[in-house]
Design a protein around this ligand. Sequence first.
Ligand code: AP5
Length: 217
Amino acid sequence: MNLLIMGKPGAGKGTQAKKILDHFSLTHISTGDIYRDEIKKGSEIGQEAKKYLDQGNLVPDKMTNDIVWEVLQKHEYPNGFMLDGFPRTIAQAEALDEMLNTLNIHLTAVINVDVDDDVISDRMAGRRVCSNCGETYHVEYHPPKKDGVCDVCGHSLIQRKDDLKESVLNRLQIYKNKTQPLLDYYENKDLLLVIDGENPSDQVFEDILIKLGELHD
Ligand code: AP5
């Protein structure tokens, strides 16, 4: 099974991706995570990407396409993959089609986690991430056991720079201009599954499983 998960920034893509990956033993390919790792390592790619991430802007298509191609061509996804945060522009979607054609791989479905803008602002303002392992929390909806400390590795929780209000508004605007058109792109390919992302996250996950199950009915 090869899936793609889409949604506005903060819609809950990462939260659902984790549940889906565990359930189907898929390989996670998150361009956002790849860039944050590179920034943490201080690599050349990380230094270049940081300029865009901190402002909430998209990293240029060529750089992102090259990174995804590098990962996909290694074929390290025995049970399939879940692409998270890629593609984000029509040019990226077209590049992905070419990559998949070359590798003779097909997408099973594209999941769109659908959430209103006012819910997004609330989720981003309350999101905290572990500075060490990247585990995600929310101060109200998914708090850690001990305030400010990661349940998984015990390191401190931080707020992502791009979760600050100005950056969030910029990311939402970019989503509308560049990423939203992809919904039609995948609808026309009969791959799009729209999921109500405003429910509690376990309910959202259940709805995803139901919709994926319907594909095989
Ligand atoms: P990326 O990491 O992909 O960021 P994003 O799309 O903005 O998504 P987020 O990680 O912010 O949110 P999410 O939807 O995963 O939400 P989460 O599950 O954490 O990309 C970051 C940056 O990298 C981009 O801005 C860009 O610069 C660059 N980049 C990445 N890919 C690129 C590409 N293809 N091209 C160019 N540049 C690229 O949930 C959010 C919060 O809500 C959490 O606190 C969570 O606990 C809570 N929550 C989740 N679900 C629920 C629920 N159902 N109910 C209540 N709370 C919930």
